[in-house]
Design a protein around this ligand. Structure first.
Ligand code: NAG
Ligand code: NAG
Ligand code: NAG
Ligand code: NAG
Ligand code: NAG
Ligand code: NAG
Ligand code: NAG
Ligand code: NAG
Ligand code: NAG
Ligand code: NAG
Length: 486
């Protein structure tokens, strides 16, 4: 074959590939927090390592979804200055998770430098602090509040039946037998952890907290002499990890008792609602990011049948792990195509450091053989496992007080007009629980936010700035933003 011919064929293949280029229409990202202190010593705190892990992961997603030269850039997304109508971020109230979120968002939309300078009518030039730092409000999801200070994540779901179901695990045969067979192993750790755990606490019952304490110490504590210890060998650490994984997976998911996976059910509902919103709004909302704890990963893995197919999905994902659902199409237009032309791709990355060779990996959901599901099939599969409204949540959880008070009682109560509690508006949203969010911002950031609203508000005009704010209370995602702060 002549070189010219080869070239022609290569060029042809490249062209064919370009013609086939998919468009990414939107995405939902669920992100685990980064490195933190041990749960056994609440309150857990942020660490410098965590901040950098989340920032790097945010930067990765910037390079994938936002950057103009990415082949995965979301169609029509604003590339430099965040458009708050396009991007929604949410997190439960939890110091570690909130702050992880802030770190991630800094990487997602980095400071814009001198573009942010604003000339006022009177000629004064205003410089935005921190080199044009961009502020993306984090709205609240109620489920998972205080997760990182809780050694038992199900307690933060606030779902009555799920809590009962998870506690049932400790009555199961497999739990009891593990409790017995691993007692020796846990007791042998006594000299290492005796300042934190009493001898009676050293058992499989605390499999996760014990592993977590040692894991954190191995990362941070230079004065602990663990590495040279003959007790804590790599293989013991591995054994402890396997046991911790088993313990936590069983608390998060049980095939015959679906309610245990409430965290995954609400997440599935939030993802479906948000992606559907991207489609039905003609692409106005494009990117959702939710920050959370590993229980949501594990219970979703169970529900979506990922753990059936690949045993790695029964393991706790590492710090700063990410999963995402991407809406893609081969349609060549510039609009959102018919749903029959839209597919959903699930991708996951274990831990931090997504770059180069360790990109996001696509996995097939719902026991299917293909990693890209047609929209209709994704909707069917998700509806089987998802909780999409407050009412469904209350019913499934068997809760009838508090925010669930109005969904119990006479079945035909119409949605109330109260602003808190269950939202009206088609019962969509708040899969988690009727949440009135609080804008999460450190004290300093509140000041910055006000300033930036002034600056960007002038830049885009007050209308678009407000549109961004109202999107949250539009109840399209699991969160409602409290506007009083701004
Ligand atoms: C995309 O552009 C940025 C700068 O705008 C550059 O740093 C990066 O390497 C580019 N990525 C690719 C894949 O070309
Ligand atoms: C211009 O207006 C800003 C905001 O009202 C004010 O802070 C600043 O002092 C004014 N500058 C001059 C030169 O008047
Ligand atoms: C649901 O019920 C449980 C147990 O009674 C309770 O702890 C939890 O706070 C309730 N959740 C809500 C949202 O009211
Ligand atoms: C799953 O739930 C069933 C029924 O509640 C129970 O019999 C079984 O032991 C549970 N399995 C695990 C691993 O907890
Ligand atoms: C913990 O164990 C070490 C080693 O056996 C011992 O030196 C230390 O005094 C113990 N600390 C407590 C609080 O029991
Ligand atoms: C580090 O390890 C030492 C020895 O086990 C312990 O006394 C100390 O409290 C640990 N410090 C932290 C911050 O974990
Ligand atoms: C998508 O949103 C539309 C309009 O709100 C609604 O009618 C439809 O039921 C939603 N579909 C799903 C799968 O949630
Ligand atoms: C599970 O993870 C390990 C380590 O990353 C990898 O070597 C193995 O292939 C994975 N197993 C499956 C079934 O993907
Ligand atoms: C992620 O890595 C952890 C070990 O660090 C492992 O236990 C878990 O199974 C992995 N998860 C997946 C889906 O590969
Ligand atoms: C709406 O709220 C007002 C004031 O709280 C109350 O008086 C009224 O009865 C409510 N209407 C309905 C339909 O709940």
């Amino acid at each position: 074959m002549s070189p010219l011919m080869t070239l022609t064929i290569v060029a042809f293949l490249l062209l064919a590939d370009l013609n086939n280029a998919e468009r990414v229409l939107g995405a939902y990202v669920f992100q685990r927090h980064g490195d933190r202190t041990a749960k056994a010593w609440p309150p857990t705190k942020l660490t410098g390592l965590r901040y950098s892990q989340e920032y790097m992961t945010g930067t990765f997603f910037h390079d994938r979804y936002i950057s103009a030269n990415s082949s995965y850039q979301i169609d029509g997304i604003s590339t430099d200055i965040v458009n708050l109508a396009q991007v929604t971020a949410s997190a439960p109230q939890d110091n570690v998770i909130d702050n992880s979120g802030e770190g991630f968002l800094q990487g997602l939309y980095p400071p814009i430098g001198s573009i942010s300078m604003e000339t006022l009518r009177n000629g004064s030039i205003i410089e935005v602090p921190l080199n044009g730092y961009q502020l993306i409000p984090l709205s609240d999801v109620q489920s998972g509040s205080g997760s990182e200070d809780n050694t038992w994540l199900q307690s933060t779901s606030s779902c009555s039946k799920a809590q009962v179901s998870s506690s049932d695990y400790s009555n199961s045969k497999s739990y009891e037998s593990l409790l017995l067979t691993t007692r020796g192993l846990y007791q042998s750790l006594e000299p290492l952890v005796n300042e934190t755990f009493s001898p009676s606490e050293l058992s499989y019952k605390n499999a996760y907290t014990i592993w977590d304490l040692l894991h954190v110490a191995l990362i941070h504590n230079s004065t602990a002499n663990f590495p040279s210890s003959t007790i804590l060998t790599d293989s013991v650490m591995q054994e402890l990890l396997v046991l911790a994984n088993q313990h936590e997976f069983n608390l998060a998911y049980n095939t015959s008792d679906p309610i245990r996976a409430i965290a995954g059910m609400t997440l599935a509902g939030e993802v479906l609602t948000a992606l559907n919103e991207t489609i039905t709004s003609g692409g106005k909302s494009k990117l959702n990011i939710q920050f959370g704890a590993y229980a949501s990963f594990l219970s979703y893995f169970g529900l979506a049948e990922l753990s059936n197919v690949n045993v790695n999905f029964t393991g706790i994902p590492d710090y700063a792990s990410s999963m995402a659902w991407e809406l893609v199409t081969d349609d060549e237009g510039t609009e959102i195509p018919a749903t029959s032309d839209i597919r959903v791709r699930f991708v996951f990355h274990n831990g931090t450091g997504i770059e180069g060779s360790t990109q996001l990996q696509a996995y097939a959901l719902f026991g299917q053989s293909t990693v890209e599901l047609p929209w209709a099939q994704f909707v069917d599969g998700t509806k089987k496992i998802a909780i999409q409204s407050q009412e469904e949540w209350c019913k499934a959880c068997g809760n009838s007080t508090g925010i669930c008070a109005s969904s119990s009682g006479a079945g035909d109560i119409s949605p109330s007009n109260s602003s808190a509690g269950c939202p009206s508006g088609g019962g969509m949203s708040l899969g988690v629980a009727g949440v009135i969010g609080a804008l999460v911002a450190l004290g300093v950031l509140v000041g910055l936010l006000i300033l930036s609203m002034m600056v960007f508000g002038l830049r885009f005009g007050p209308k678009s700035a407000l549109a961004g704010i109202h999107r949250g209370s539009d109840v399209s995602t699991a969160s409602v933003m409290k506007t009083t702060v701004v």
